[in-house]
Design a binder for this molecule. Structure first.
Ligand SMILES: NC(=O)c1ccc[n+]([C@@H]2O[C@H](COP(=O)([O-])OP(=O)(O)OC[C@H]3O[C@@H](n4cnc5c(N)ncnc54)[C@H](O)[C@@H]3O)[C@@H](O)[C@H]2O)c1
Length: 695
């Protein structure tokens, strides 16, 4: 065996050269891998005792993509294009041997080979679109030539990998093999040599792209089918254009077009934001004083207290991850009601083809409902999701303290209450932590884990690890009212209310935010959540929200009553602006002595989002969030902030904090309202010409 570079070896099996990439953990295409492939292929091609080449990978996967640590650095030779060209144009057959995942540049390497064999568990795909890019090493030109245009569109624009079976069916791979992969690939190569098969260079294949030539409707229909999920993103359209080029241009021209489209994306603000966010999400897993090797409790069994809206959804997360979970309720009726909702949710998923009827039973089988608290005595984590009232929460925790295992993690799903006070109801506050799920809890990816003053490192590490295990994106935050997400949302809500009194209407405010990229605006969101909840809380506290109160007095609680800020036609969730609501708004404004005026969309956007950024600055100053990028992760996963705008803190940095601060000061002068006082951190960074994310 010869080492070509530190990560690529050249070996021989008879007359077949085996090039093996060994660049743990995922065999990323680092410079030394590219060089090793280039030099290894050159050496094998020059060696007259070699008939063919097998390209394989050591470890758990085939090449799973680019080396992200090289992102943003000057390119280093050799480039991937050069390596792929050398593989494809060489005189000897090259067979890729795929296991694990062949992703991005990895799949592009495989497609430059003349044949591809894979194990059954392998998966292949082009995830570039998720970073706002396209597969720019000829992936958009080669894939449609083997898989056909429809499959290539679907794979490249979704970014989702496909299974080996699917890849075989669509010609992306040539054979699924059993047993030792390298041996099978060598046998495949020997067969190709024996049969003197002409080299299958994908660049020369035309049949599948020709089938789509002169049929622009294929692309028009595809664009229509993805319009909703790709709204606001730039990369999907460029991916489609690149595949159109594969259909309509000769290979080398298509390659040039792919390059142009790639460079355009690389320099786009959308991709910049998406690449930033990719790292932000990974960063959120890191907690400075709780290192990655901090032992987390292995969760073999979970408990949930309360089978309401949140409890049921939380229990589903555990069942979905294969973890048995016991749900405790006060009464049999509440329990049955809660579990019936869970079953119904599963059945809806099954009816949409997401899983089978057997899966519904399997998951339901992992959820045990009871009114007997002793049933959680062997749970490794217990999550409380009962009414949002401090005395109730404290009673629950005092009771859990007497029942749960000594080393169990005791978690609360409170959205507003003080986790430290809840913890004080136990004799083990170090085991208590907040796990703030978002509604619907079985769907929303965000998990705000709330660190109490006494939460132990084990409790923190466990909450983070279990969050990931159940498919969430956990972000650690500190104790304060509303934590990070809702605390910032509250600021936005205050301005939304003011804006409608000063002259805007709910649908104008909402449209500004949906045009920005949010799935819905604050008023449509209130209608969805139900206006009665806030109304009841305000009545209890003796506070007012003049417009919302008047709307509620009419029995308009939102979608569930057919009207709130908007009107809804029965069975339809589409918000329709309502004259009656407009009249209420105008009346209230008049009664408050406000002269309504037309408000420009730009002002609406800034007045909604700048206060959020300002609150984010306070949150950072108070160390409620560990880092600015964590706030962005919270907003993207919990509140639908468009990922192609990075998140509020990234977005603010792009605008420039000085411009933000100055605008706030102008409004402060105009209104005399201290609401617009820039937070000290915002003011300081603006003075220094820096951003939240600058190191
Ligand atoms: N609904 C949301 O959008 C949302 C989002 C995040 C967090 N939360 C928080 O989650 C918690 C639960 O909210 P929800 O919306 O699911 O409320 P819910 O009213 O739908 O459910 C609460 C359930 O807890 C049960 N319960 C009450 N006291 C109990 C006790 N002592 N023992 C066992 N069960 C008890 C009730 O019977 C009820 O079924 C609250 O703390 C809330 O603030 C809610």
């Amino acid at each position: 065996m010869t080492a070509i570079t530190e990560s690529v070896d050249l070996d021989r099996r008879g007359r077949i050269a085996v090039l093996t990439v060994n660049n743990p953990p995922v065999n990323a295409l680092s410079q030394h891998v590219r060089q090793g492939l280039r030099d290894g292929v050159r050496a094998a091609n020059a060696d007259t005792s070699v008939d063919a080449i097998v390209l394989a990978c050591a470890g758990r996967t085939f090449i799973a993509g680019a080396d992200i640590s090289e992102f943003g650095k000057p390119p280093r030779e050799p480039g991937l294009h050069e390596v792929l060209d050398l593989i494809e144009r060489g005189p000897k057959p090259v067979v890729a041997a795929i296991h694990g995942t062949a992703l991005g540049g990895g799949l592009e390497v495989a497609l430059a080979c003349h044949w591809r064999v894979a194990v059954k568990s392998a998966r292949v795909g082009f995830p570039e679109v998720k970073l706002g890019l396209l597969p720019g090493a000829l992936g958009t030109q080669r894939l449609p030539r083997v898989a056909g245009v429809e499959k290539a569109l679907q794979m490249i624009v979704s970014g989702d990998p496909i299974t080996a079976d699917d890849a075989l069916k669509h010609g992306v791979i040539d054979e699924i093999v059993d047993g030792d992969l390298t041996a099978a690939a060598v046998a495949f190569a020997e067969k190709v040599v024996r049969e003197k098969s002409p080299l299958r260079k994908i660049r020369d294949l035309d049949e599948k792209v020709a089938a789509a030539r002169g049929k622009p409707e294929i692309f028009a229909n595809f664009r229509k089918s993805v319009a909703r999920q790709t709204r606001g993103f730039r990369a999907p359209e460029n991916c489609i254009k690149a595949i159109e080029a594969a259909v309509n241009l000769p290979f080398d021209e298509g390659v040039k077009r792919e390059r142009e489209l790639f460079v355009e994306l690389l320099n786009s603000p959308e991709s910049k934001a998406q690449r930033y966010f990719f790292f932000a999400e990974r960063e959120a897993a890191k907690i400075p004083d709780v290192p990655a090797d901090t032992p987390a409790k292995d969760i073999k069994k979970a408990g949930v207290i309360g089978a309401g809206t949140m409890g049921g959804g939380i229990a589903m997360n555990f069942a979905n991850a294969g973890i048995p979970v016991t749900v405790v309720e006060v009464t049999k009726e509440a329990l049955d009601r809660g579990l019936a909702v869970v079953r119904k949710n599963y059945e809806i998923s099954a009816s949409r083809g997401r899983f089978t009827a057997a899966d519904v039973e399997k998951r339901m089988g992992l959820i045990t409902g009871t009114t007997d608290w002793n049933a959680v005595k062997d749970a490794d984590i217990v999550i409380e999701a009962v009414f949002e009232e401090m005395p109730v929460k404290k009673e629950v925790f005092a009771r859990l303290d007497g029942i749960a295992k000594p080393d169990a993690v005791l978690a609360t799903n409170t959205s507003t209450l003080d986790v430290n006070e809840i913890a004080s109801a136990t004799k083990r506050p170090e085991s208590v932590i907040g796990t703030h799920f978002f509604s619907p809890a079985n769907v929303m990816r965000l998990l705000e884990n709330v660190r109490g003053a006494k939460s132990s490192k084990t409790a923190i590490a466990t909450a983070m690890a279990v969050g990931r295990r159940i498919g969430k994106v956990p972000v650690l935050v500190g104790v304060c009212y509303g934590f990070v997400g809702n605390r910032m949302l509250h600021q936005r809500g205050l301005q939304a209310e003011k804006l409608i009194l000063e002259g805007a209407l709910p649908h104008q405010v909402d449209k500004v935010l949906t045009d920005f990229g949010f799935p819905m605006g604050p008023f449509a969101m209130s209608d969805l959540a139900g206006l009665d909840v806030g109304w009841r809380i305000r009545k209890g506290r003796g506070t007012k929200s003049p417009v919302a109160d008047r709307i509620c007095e009419l029995g308009r609680f939102g979608q569930k009553t057919g009207g709130g800020y908007y009107t809804y036609e029965s069975g339809d969730r589409k918000p329709i602006p309502d004259n009656e609501v407009e009249k209420i708004i105008v009346d209230v404004a008049t009664s408050m002595g406000i002269t309504r005026r037309p408000i420009a969309d730009e002002e609406i956007l800034q007045r909604l989002l700048y206060p959020m950024v300002n609150e984010g600055a306070k949150i950072l100053e108070e160390k409620i969030a560990i880092r600015a990028s964590d706030i962005d992760v919270i907003w993207v996963y919990g509140y639908g902030w468009p990922v192609y705008r990075g998140g509020p803190m990234f977005w603010a940095d792009q605008i420039g904090l000085k411009s933000l601060r100055d605008r706030m000061l102008e409004w402060k002068k105009q209104s005399g309202d201290d609401f617009w006082t820039p937070a000290p951190r915002l003011a300081r960074l603006a003075d220094q010409g820096k951003g939240f994310l600058d190191k």
